[in-house]
Write a protein that binds this ligand. Sequence first.
Ligand SMILES: *[C@@H]1O[C@H](CO)[C@@H](O)[C@H](O)[C@H]1NC(C)=O
Ligand SMILES: *[C@@H]1O[C@H](CO)[C@@H](O)[C@H](O)[C@H]1NC(C)=O
Ligand SMILES: *[C@@H]1O[C@H](CO)[C@@H](O)[C@H](O)[C@H]1NC(C)=O
Ligand SMILES: *[C@@H]1O[C@H](CO)[C@@H](O)[C@H](O)[C@H]1NC(C)=O
Length: 762
Amino acid sequence: TEIYFLLCVAEKNDAAKGIAEIMSNGRSRRREGYSVYNKIYEYEYHLFGQNVTVSMTSVSGHLLSLEFKAPFQKWHSCNPVLLFDAEVEKYCPEKFIPIKRTLEREVRQCQALVIWTDCDREGENIGFEIIDVCKAVKPNVQVFRARFSEITPNSIRRACETLTEPDINVSDAVDVRQELDLRIGASFTRFQTLRLQKIFPESLSDQLISYGSCQFPTLGFVVERFKAIQAFVPETFFKIKVVHEPNEEESVEFSWKRHRLFSHTACLVLYQMCMEDPMAKVISVTSKPKSKWRPLPLDTVELEKLASRKLRISAKETMKIAEKLYTQGFISYPRTETNMFPQNLNLTMLVEQQTQDNEWGNFAQRILESGGPLPRNGNKSDQAHPPIHPTKYTNSLQGNEKRLYEFIVRHFLACCSKDAQGQEVTVEIEIAEERFSASGLTIIARNYLEVYPYDKWYNKVIPLYTADTTFQPTAIEMVEGQTSPPQLLTEADLISLMEKHGIGTDATHAEHIETIKSRMYVGLTADQRFLPGELGMGLVEGYNSMGYEMSKPDLRAELEADLKLVSEGRKDKASVLSYHVAKYKAVFIESVRKAKKLDEALSNYLGPAQEITEQEQGEMEIPLPVRKCPQCNRDMVLKKKKDSTRMFLSCMGYPACKAAVWFPDTVLEVSRDESICPTCHPYPVHMLKLKFKRGSLPPMMPLEFVGCIGGCDETLREVLNLKYIRGGASATSNKPPTAKRPRTCGICHEPGHTRVTCPQGR
Ligand SMILES: *[C@@H]1O[C@H](CO)[C@@H](O)[C@H](O)[C@H]1NC(C)=O
Ligand SMILES: *[C@@H]1O[C@H](CO)[C@@H](O)[C@H](O)[C@H]1NC(C)=O
Ligand SMILES: *[C@@H]1O[C@H](CO)[C@@H](O)[C@H](O)[C@H]1NC(C)=O
Ligand SMILES: *[C@@H]1O[C@H](CO)[C@@H](O)[C@H](O)[C@H]1NC(C)=O
């Protein structure tokens, strides 16, 4: 069909504005939508070989949220284990309804929809949310995806010329992550919060004790380092130090080739030998070129680490600023795993843009005049975005925005220039057959260091020595030292560990770190290092003592790897989802069973645990499944009727699924047997241990036996009055009929008759 009106949707209002500005050459008209934050920019554009009218608008990140269906939303609504199977749905939160209405209104006039969200996993998923909303009101709208890494004229034009289809696999990976995060997060959070609030009412009465499958391993790293420091026992070591001061100005310290010894006696023997014949003989003097490498192109993780280390800006703040610089067109997309420049990127042009700056302009000019940019390249590529680099010159920024932009520019120019060059001299000497050495450095060309003050390299002058000569050292000393413990983690260390162990993605590291801070699981020391709090320590120790790797990275790392495979179309959404739900559910059930260990670990920090009653304990326990529910396929478990001893088999899906099997009064005791019925298929059915009232069974039968209620045992079926559908025990309740309460008439509100027979209704 012909396209005359086109709806474009970007991820943020700033991005929409920037893209519109470029596509319209600054001639777009601004209109209001229903949301005051998301404007509509309208202009003409030449596309598909014709003139089209474009309406460019935006969302504000994710438009839809995932939530459990109503019966499961409230905290006390159900046993948290049910949250692994409870139904979930996507819905539009109240605050985004105006945006949704704008999309619905605008798309009605349009023949095509172009998704301009950020080109990463979340962006693709947001794209599908927009598509779902639009297609609901206009099913036949054509859908395209614009792919771009920066909001610059070239890049936007290229995106328009090469519109593609949105990638459902990438979006699916986000759906899987969202659903798992919801189920795992909600179940564990409810479980541990409800339990620990009850057990430590004084310390935790109103505290939300959140769990997340990324959060906990992140916390685990902090705790592990802290414990390593606590467990550290310093060791005393000894070494020999040689100092030479040939004249007033010069002084050099030689270090021992043996580095250090832990035995005082051994070191003393060697030291005394040196002192007996303290003449130093120069064995060799070698001089060789030494270079200091310029930095690799910048990916997200490096940006976060360097900004944290060199600029003291936290990862979260860094990403927020970078995002803003990107939507304003100053830098390329800041979420990237790539550290090599693609062939088709015109680096010359990018360096040229920077020549006008007062501080680094001359340096940029020199790059152009001495052979052009020659970037050092890494070997990582996400095939989607180039390394982070400046895309437009500006000198109008302030504060941390200015500092971060400057850092990105300087890093880019450094990477495009040359390694620093120096000459290193190493002198090796011998005293009583013990070897020592010292080295000096002369910097010949600072090269990239001139534009990159974040790296330091210093000249080190040492006196001139000649091989085969001897000299008398000024001092030979035996010195004592102590090994020192590792230090608490910095944010940069933590990001490195998360990356190494596959926790989160480059897009989410900063958020997980922020979460453990905001939950008070960790705090920051004065020198910005992470210190675990008591609650954080207790939780990690508790889960560790259960023997499950809840605060270790493996579980989550496997999940993260599977998400990648889903996004690449190499694994399907449903199987990955069900595999990980089952795995975390098993861990959950086990954790609840061993919950006392959590209490114990925490009581080391929060004081004695409050005793809880047997009933409360029972309510928190999760019964083991007897069989699958034939109606909804969830687990069925044994339960005791409230205020009675009567047992029934209940579906975990209650109240959504009301399937139940009631045992008659003649059954005195029922319990689950470990054995599984050999006959019933396809799902395992556990046998039940039953005890009957005397006289309630045919005379040949014993009063206690193990039987199957899966449908295979004819006698038991009759005795228990089970009804059957297609070979399985009836799922519809076999509850014995109770006297029916007479219905109340809807017309006259009198009992005993219906609308149809109501005298007033006639
Ligand atoms: C599109 O518009 C431009 C100027 O607005 C005009 O010159 C051109 O002929 C139009 N093209 C078509 C295919 O209508
Ligand atoms: C790159 O940009 C420079 C200056 O802007 C230009 O002279 C050069 O032709 C461009 N190179 C390519 C391959 O497009
Ligand atoms: C990439 O580079 C790193 C170090 O820069 C190296 O350890 C790694 O083996 C390289 N990987 C590949 C696939 O070449
Ligand atoms: C998406 O995944 C499916 C397999 O799950 C694959 O057949 C398809 O080619 C993938 N699509 C894209 C765009 O990669």
